[in-house]
Design a protein around this ligand. Sequence first.
Ligand code: 0RA
Length: 640
Amino acid sequence: MASKSDYKASSIQVLQGLEAVRKRPAMYIGSTDRNGLHHIFTEILDNSVDEAIGGYCTRIWVTLHKDGSLSVKDNGRGIPIEIHSQTKVSTLETVMTNLHAGGKFEEGAYKVSGGLHGVGMKCTNALSEWMITTVRRDGGVYQQEYKRGVPQAPVKKVGSIENETGTEHRFMPDSDIFTETDFDFKEIVRKCRQHAYLTAGLRISILDERIDEGKEKPIFDLYFEDGIKSYVLFMNIDEKMVNEIPFYVNKEYEGVVVEAAIQYTNGMDENVKCYTNNIINPEGGTHLAGFRTALTSAINTYAQKSDLLKGLTTSLNGDDVREGLTAVVSVKVTDPQFEGQTKIKLNNPEVKNAVTKVLRDELLTYFDEHPKEAKSIVDKAILSYKAKAAAKAARDAVIRKSALESTTLPGKLADCISNDPKDCELYIVEGDSAGGSAKQGRDRHTQAVLPLRGKIINTNKYRVDRVLGNNEFKDITTALGVGIGTSLDIGKLRYHKIVIMSDADVDGLHITTLVLTLLFRFFRPLVEQGYVYVAQPPLHKVEIGKKKYYFLNDSEKDAFVKKAKSAGKTPVANRFKGLGEMNPDQLWETTMNPENRALKQVHIEDGEEAEKTFEMLMGSEVPPRRRFIQRYAKKANLDV
Ligand code: 0RA
């Protein structure tokens, strides 16, 4: 037994540890909202799942009690209760209060705790108003009770039991800590379901006792005899299968346990989920890399050996073998390393090798033993290969035939005199009448004008061949002179300023967006390198006698009018309806003259944001687009 002074010394350590957790709970469990609340359940569940992964536990019971507490019970070995050599108190107390004790207990095999905020049972204990842990082992029932993490007495034996072992935790989340203390049954089921799929043979039962008397209490029994093989079948439940019999492997290689299940659908989508120690890695990592290498290599090897690649000029590539692929890759690693703060990508280099090795060998065996499935999988990949090759050939042919071949400048382009691109500007102008004004009003030496007559194509909505056939697209492409696609050469750009000029109303904004979308999709380097601008035509004209003043917005105009009136003048204000309303001189003065004009340079601050904005504006989803245009139309300001 521990001496009195030992017990005291350890209690001080416990208090210090608890204080840290209770003072800054978010640092340990992420947040103190609904997510944090469910996180302290996860910490407890994960420990029982670890016991199951180790092969010592087959059942877990989760109960949501009427009083608001939650319990997790397992039939594992039971947390050891004997006195810990370093801390001089029970091992149970040591792990529940996380006294810093190294050694045996810490050396668990494949710990789930490699995930985000893997902080252990101590945190759940510290953040619970009360917690009771019961251990059944060695013929006895042992118990310890805690309040806000503080043990109320040493572990004591409360009964005897034969032939039963396991651990049971029951805890009441502390309402001083959490903004919400009601557990969500669905969320609990979701977390348990994932573990059940990933731990073949483990049965997790969930009971909600909070339901009123007389009503049926929900019970959930999660059990998947075939683990991730069941998971893959479940993911494909509504699909047509290419290989009815899924591929499945579960093997250890140099300390890494590799488990994978694969089944192809006849669709196009790829759906691969990766896990490390039962934690999902949304961005994959070394296990995904190994998996892809093995899959491509094994399929090519088998296809070659079976003489299935006749007529193909190269081997099948990664894209080909991943079309229609549904797979789960789950690895167990003793010391998982993740990339970045969020730990969503696995980094252990040895895992790639292990996954490649195990999967390559086992896939080849599977192919040999299931020639029918193997041929279907290879045929599917070949189909993808051929479809891609055909699409590329067609695209190349169209590109060559259209934009790139025609070098004669479009007839409606009024080019400038200068040949030095640095000095030259191309005004892309909406509509014929505005185009006419711009042609007359411009500085012919440096300013070229391309009026757009027809409707400019929405390049986000149509396939490349349609876009390339569009006359307005061809005109812009030839005028720019840089070519497109892989042959785009920015050195050939004929104008260093490309200015989109359209009306400051909703239609004008729409046209501007269409042109920007086109430039963004087909001439992105021009946008990235700052060659693209949007002109800012004025909205208002104010005349005082013979003098004319122009304003970009309402507030500037109003202020001017007010001031002029207070000086006894009689200003006459007019709103421009469109560019076409201005005569050539006015257009030059207000919008094209480098001395007066306000040009807006188009920036890609964040490529992805820009892409999303274009998607939204130009994609086929109408309501968000309408909202965006309505919201921003007044500002007439598309600063991407
Ligand atoms: C380490 C060693 C042993 C049991 C456990 C951990 C254990 C921990 C938890 C947490 C929840 N349920 C658990 N079940 C088991 C025992 C080692 C032995 O008996 O030799």
